[in-house]
Design a binder for this molecule. Sequence first.
Ligand code: NAP
Length: 273
Amino acid sequence: MPVLLFWEKTLDLSLKDRVAIISGGNKGLGAASAFMLAAEGAKVFLTARNEEDLEKTKSAIASKHRVEVGYIAADITNDDAGDKIVEAALDKFGRIDIVVNGAGAARGGEFLAIENAVWRDAFELKFLGAVKLIRAVLPHMRTQKYGRIVNIIGMFGREPAKQALPASAVNAAFLALNKGLSQQYGGDGIFVNAVDPGPTKSERILRLFSDMAKAKGVTPEELEAGFRQQIPIGRLGELDEVARIVTFLASDASGNVNGTVVAVDGGMTKGLF
Ligand SMILES: NC(=O)c1ccc[n+]([C@@H]2O[C@H](COP(=O)([O-])OP(=O)(O)OC[C@H]3O[C@@H](n4cnc5c(N)ncnc54)[C@H](OP(=O)(O)O)[C@@H]3O)[C@@H](O)[C@H]2O)c1
């Protein structure tokens, strides 16, 4: 292949026919990431629990982008979930190039009112869920000497929120995993990166806002206005804004980027690192 000089290169995502597993792929940030990857030509394999939502998202992606889409309904808190998901994706597509970890949610509240089960659930779902999926896919990626892992984490990992300590702790642990894996497997051609969304308009967040508003006796609009004041650009994020960064990190255009975290939060994170 002729060597291209840098001024001859373009932002080439090279995602056509790559195969991506997306956990949390039936809604929210996971589904948005699956749509964006498919828009760039990747074949996508969705996983989450709700089969009806998986089927709807699959049909929507397949009819819009004319790429192959597969899915498996699985509860990622089950011990064998990672192996099952990877096996099903390999059965469908024969290879896996990309994993996007988008499954997650954690309850919050005042520290003294948070029971052990809430902490356990938070870690079981988002942190251990990602560990299982990554552990199941790594041997395959090492053999092919290629892999892109993108973890959707969240800004509370770097800046804990006092009313959301389980989510903050899970995200901090996830950041450590993200960095550690990038160091361990970069030499195998497996790049591991993360996206830190700020408040982004998924159904879950809008539902959360509506519940919080009810509890505080204000309208969801008034509550949202309070959040907007904390965001330098003055608005919540859109799903596709996170999905675009996920897609970039999942692509070859991200080149030398490994072990990093990209904040997609309108500048809300204040810390330097
Ligand atoms: N939206 C934001 O503002 C924001 C900000 C920072 C970080 N994040 C992070 O981004 C990720 C996605 O959040 P989102 O807002 O897009 O939420 P969402 O729309 O509720 O998506 C969560 C996904 O996880 C799946 N899931 C939940 N429990 C599962 C289980 N036990 N097994 C397998 N899948 C499961 C859900 O599908 P099923 O229910 O069908 O299983 C769904 O697809 C989360 O980790 C969240 O912490 C979001």
